[in-house]
Design a protein around this ligand. Sequence first.
Ligand SMILES: Cc1cc2nc3c(=O)[nH]c(=O)nc-3n(C[C@H](O)[C@H](O)[C@H](O)COP(=O)(O)O)c2cc1C
Ligand code: SF4
Length: 518
Amino acid sequence: MTIRIYVPKDACAIACGADEVVEAIQAAALAARQPVEIIRNGSRGMLWLEPLVEVVTAEGRIGYGPVGADDVASLFAAGFLDGGAHELRIGKPEEHPFMARQTRLTFARCGIIDPASYADYRAHGGYKGLERALTLGPAGIIEEVKKSGLRGRGGAGFPTAIKWKTVADAQADRKYIVCNADEGDSGTFADRMIMEGDPFELIEGMTIAGIAVGATKGYVYTRSEYPHAIWAMEKAVEVARANGMLGANIGGSPYSFDMEVRMGAGAYVCGEETALLDSLEGKRGTVRAKPPLPAHKGLFQKPTVINNVLSLTAVPHILADGGEFYANFGMGRSRGTMPIQIAGNVKFGGLFETAFGITLGELVNEIGGGTATGKPVKAAQVGGPLGAYVPTWQFDLPFDYEAFAAKDALIGHGGIVVFDENADMKKMARFAMEFCSVESCGKCTPCRIGSTRGVELMDRIIAGERVEANLATLTDLCQTMKLGSLCALGGFTPYPVLSAMNHFPEEFGAPRRLEAAE
Ligand SMILES: Cc1cc2nc3c(=O)[nH]c(=O)nc-3n(C[C@H](O)[C@H](O)[C@H](O)COP(=O)(O)O)c2cc1C
Ligand code: SF4
């Protein structure tokens, strides 16, 4: 009897040797005259266990990880094809505490299905959202998304239904759906994981968006560092088209929608929606002044919905289960679930999807298991390179847009990068300024010139030159960048800088502030 084995084709698993593991399993199975079928799934998101190999047994899928090619002989000897005992055996992946604590909606299928199989997608609830969308029509879809309370997962947290309604109401001969899959934030990988592990979900989400606003063409804009995601998306687009789920008259309906995957040349600022549009049009990625909003004049000056991968992949569930069901999760104005990415100096890094409201401390210390080095946690940078460094005494912060904003912090795309006590906060503050100076698109002065002056000031502070005066100038400069920058790259760089200065003033040679002593 042929035994089915799952070995992830996720970029993280491949980087950890998944392809070599596949070769070793095939060779061992051949030698043992045991027919096996290897399915290349996405990742479950327990990244410290990658490559996580799963064998289909009478009991269900049994996981072993992290498996190296060198482990395969001992796994065969231990009878892993029947789920045999081995030091790498983790049991059923879905029962692992890291998985059992999650509420998986967007990532429900990721790691479970064969991402290239249309039949597998359908068998696991795929296209149920689109089917319902077709019965509701454009206005009904937008109403359902409104009920869900969905806010953009790319960073700004803007209500998705309002954006869609604006594009739906715009009059034009052509409209577009652009998926922002640039995913430039440090410590983030959710967009990549879903594109590699469940690409049809993104196709379904974009198709629903297209029907809702009257757009017939979509683009996924992603980065050259994501070759596996590009491959998986392009393959899925082809398969969806062959099955009548892209192109003219989707699923036999009167609606048409088709899409392409495009790769950027690599710049953090190309994740900013208007720079992304310039890049997609073949120009250098430079931020456009707003208005006009992309919803009015976006790609090729046509009304355009730009949404993050996670916003669009939440939509099929919202349509399938209803907006109210989705809105039942979460706290305050942060509704639904957030796929949180735990990274940096942490023991159990990975993708953790849960309802808004979980605290940062639970995520870092309980779920992430504290630092990988075993040293005390010092801070976590949340929300990418423009996010604040949150110190441990603020770890009771719930994951909620408003709660984070009240502390001058941001959730952004849900990335958490953990630092232990050895982190040098002066260097981290300098890095934030340097990052801005390197990545600035150069359009506005506070960011282009300010970030360079900021690096110079940081260098003087680090060298101990006129520390108090230079700190005052740096604070002043941060204020100018916050208020005077055209986009959030220059406008938010002060947040990591000021958070490092305010929470760890003694490291900058300044007296500890009251706030930091709380
Ligand atoms: C410098 C900069 C980089 C950004 N990078 C990304 C990105 O990589 N992915 C993303 O979805 N949004 C990014 N954004 C936010 C986008 O401009 C935009 O708000 C988002 O794509 C809208 O989609 P949403 O409403 O679904 O979040 C970035 C913004 C700035 C200012
Ligand atoms: S803030 Fe920076 S990245 Fe944004 S428009 Fe100005 S120069 Fe460009």
